[in-house]
Write a protein that binds this ligand. Structure first.
Ligand code: GLC
Length: 488
């Protein structure tokens, strides 16, 4: 009997030892697996140091964010003042002569032509009078780079042709909202003189001219009977569209975060000192053109060597400094310039790919792909880079690239948050829920970008701001503005 018990005890002991042995092996092997990845980083202080250096270089601290917000606010105020000659503000604060927002009851069929960065888009919109807008037809065309750098008449003929594709045949005359997303000097809603091109455009014979007249002439050349009822910026369109679509809270601003970046907001006419005639009880939408903040000299932003290089080699040197740090056209180029430098010190050994060698060949959409990868070995980045003829990267190189993209995109989001906070403060809505309507591919598609703006706003105490994606706002807004004006 004793022997039997002894054997059973021995058996139980054996099973216990084997089980704990297995458990220990499993734990160790898990740890070992983890080590093989981290080994390449955490245990290598030099590599960790390089990554941290990049992170620090692009970091905007809470204190800096608050300071930048203050400087933007001062430039907003300065930009609204009356001056003899050139304004001292780097932010233009352009009056738009839009003095009414839609209330959701507008109805009918409207047309709009939307000329932004990369594309021209013509749309036919149905407004149903219940805060709903439906795009019935759309014609989108990439603006060829030959037209971005060619003759004005050719560009406007191209735009007229794009518009004619959505117009109903047989109508007597059409009323059209024209979204033209560049800085224009306006004296009324039906005209606007181009102040300067931005976003890589350099078409001749347009600067200083009335773009409505240029489009009118092109429509006439094409034999189209149409009237441009209203000219607006894309930010203004986004603001107007959101006022129609979202009636639960007031929309105070429209923002574009795409190829370029800019904001429009609703100001009291009594605060727009530079307006010659004003209704002191009325409002007017102001197109800030915040992309030019801190130009021509960097006084408040802290540019990296790469920012300075990008600016120097751009076709609009010393202009749009803020835009060059935040918008989709430039983020990829900042990363590319960093990669060039890292490859000089052999930290990223792949400088023979076109995407790294050629300016603007590393696009912001590539950063997006890179930031999306959350696999333990960053294997998606590896296959993505292989497709760009950048094969055989090490884990460290992939990790470095991902951290670089994050650093550059988070810097953009924090700078944007500072600028949004300046608008919220300008209109005195810090303690109220209000909507800031946003459109643009950077905001819509870039991983974590929208959350990074929201978190930065919360960090600064602007947690009541509701950021609302307003897709196609720029086009719908122009159609709506045309409808609001035709009801007058
Ligand atoms: C550029 C333009 C501006 C536009 C913005 C977004 O900054 O100057 O007018 O609103 O891009 O498209």
């Amino acid at each position: 009997m004793d022997k039997l018990r002894e054997r059973r005890n021995l058996f139980i002991l054996g099973v216990a030892i084997a089980t704990s042995g297995l458990a220990l092996y499993y734990m160790l092997s898990k740890k070992k697996k983890k080590l093989t990845i981290d080994q390449q980083l955490n245990l290598d202080r030099d590599k960790l140091h390089i990554i941290n250096r990049i992170k620090d270089k692009y970091h905007i601290s809470y204190e800096n964010m608050v300071k930048i917000k203050g400087h933007i606010l001062s430039e907003f105020q300065l930009g609204l003042q009356k001056v003899d000659g050139e304004s001292q503000s780097s932010i233009k604060m352009l009056p738009t002569f839009i003095t009414k927002k839609p209330n959701g009851t507008e109805e009918g069929i409207c047309y709009a032509l939307d000329v932004g960065g990369t594309n021209a888009r013509a749309i036919k919109v149905k407004l149903d009078g219940n805060g709903k807008a439906e795009i019935l037809e759309t014609r989108k065309q990439v603006i060829p780079s030959s037209l971005m750098n060619g003759r004005g008449d050719d560009l406007f003929d191209f735009l007229a042709a794009c518009l004619s594709d959505v117009l109903d045949e047989g109508a007597e005359r059409y009323s059209i909202g024209f979204t033209f997303s560049f800085p224009v000097d306006q004296r009324n809603v039906r005209s606007g003189y181009l102040i300067k091109w931005t976003k890589g455009f350099n078409t001749s014979d347009v600067t200083g001219k009335d773009v409505v007249k240029l489009l009118d002439q092109a429509l006439e050349r094409a034999g189209i009977k149409a009237e441009i009822t209203v000219l607006i910026n894309d930010t203004v369109g986004t603001l107007i569209a959101s006022s129609y679509l979202n009636t639960e809270h007031e929309t105070i601003a429209g923002i574009i975060l795409g190829t370029g970046s800019n904001a429009a907001y609703v100001e009291k006419q009594s605060s727009i000192e530079k307006l010659d005639e004003k209704d002191n009880d009325g409002i007017m939408v102001i197109n800030t053109e915040w992309g030019n903040f801190d130009s021509p000299l960097y006084k408040y932003l802290i540019p990296t060597e790469q920012d300075i290089m990008l600016d120097k080699d751009s076709i609009n040197f010393s202009q749009q400094h803020f835009e060059k740090m935040i918008s989709g056209m430039y983020l990829g180029e900042i990363v590319r310039l960093e990669l060039m430098e890292l490859s000089e010190s052999s930290l990223f050994r792949h400088n023979n790919s076109e995407n790294i060698l050629k300016p603007y060949h590393f696009g912001t959409e590539m950063m997006s792909e890179i930031e999306k990868d959350n696999t333990p070995t960053l294997s998606n980045i590896e296959s993505f880079l292989s497709k760009l003829s950048i094969p055989n990267t090490t884990y460290f190189e992939r990790k470095l690239l991902k951290e670089l993209c994050t650093a550059v995109s988070v810097r953009s989001a924090r700078l944007v948050a500072a600028a949004i906070a300046a608008i919220v403060e300008k209109v005195g809505k810090i303690d109220e829920h209000c909507i800031v309507a946003v459109d643009g591919s950077l905001y819509e598609l870039y991983p974590n970008y929208a959350d990074n703006i929201k978190n930065a706003l919360n960090e600064m105490g602007y947690s009541k701001v509701i950021l609302k994606l307003t897709k196609d706002g720029s086009g719908i807004g122009a159609a709506l503005a045309a409808a609001v004006l035709s009801n007058e």
